[in-house]
Design a binder for this molecule. Structure first.
Ligand code: VGL
Ligand code: ZN
Length: 204
């Protein structure tokens, strides 16, 4: 099945598309407090998507972990994770190599001490904001496949967005081997399509 009049099958970006980058923060990169294996490998790939979306004037949204210092998910409180993504700390900053346009929209999540929120849609107003902007298709990449990316993608589908998961721009934590692959399966079964950069049509 082709998707373009020229029959090439390439994906043509259009009004109503947005790039949604999940938790590209220093703490999730090598050397960070909760480093995702090979997490830094997504950065140059996402730079290409960023260029493309920015040059077409399409929306770019970033979620970020923005935890209080005593967040319930931290091991100090019996949670599963070392302290990470603490609001206002260097570890919570976006990957410095990412050139985010000034127009980038930022959504901070899991800001309440007692509540975990893996999904960028939880308590952030993200869905309402996207709907208000007339956005219907989300291109989602970032960290980590088996936690915040998965939760964000499943919520996006529930909210009625079409989701294209950037398979070349996600990486998994894999506390259990295979978690990354299982997350991809789950997202695919829920209706997400997994794509790579080379599938985007050259749009000049
Ligand atoms: C994440 C674990 C804890 C993520 C956030 O961004 O995937 N994972 N907090
Ligand atoms: Zn977190």
């Amino acid at each position: 099945m082709s998707e373009t009049p020229d029959g090439s099958g390439a994906l043509r970006l259009r009004a109503g598309d947005a790039l949604l980058l999940v938790d590209l923060q220093r703490d999730f990169l090598p050397g960070g407090a909760l480093a995702v294996p090979d997490g830094d490998r997504v950065v140059p790939v996402l730079a290409r998507y960023l260029d493309r979306f920015a040059s077409l004037g399409l929306a770019i949204c970033c979620t970020r972990d923005w935890h209080p210092p005593d967040h319930v998910s931290f091991s100090s409180r019996g949670g599963p994770w070392p302290p990470h993504g603490v609001a206002g700390t260097p570890g919570a900053e976006f990957a410095p190599e990412l050139q985010l346009p000034v127009s980038t929209q930022i959504f901070s999540k899991a800001t309440e001490p007692e509540a975990e929120a893996y999904s960028g849609f939880e308590g952030t107003g993200l869905a309402a904001s996207l709907h208000r902007q007339g956005i219907s298709r989300l291109f989602v990449g970032g960290l980590a496949t088996d936690y915040c990316v998965q939760a964000t993608v499943l919520d996006a589908l529930r909210e009625g967005f079409e989701v294209l998961l950037l398979g070349d721009a996600v990486r998994a934590v894999e506390l259990e081997p295979g978690d990354g692959e299982r997350a991809l399966q789950l997202m695919r079964q829920a209706g997400a399509r997994i794509i790579g950069y080379e599938q985007l049509a050259g749009q000049g």
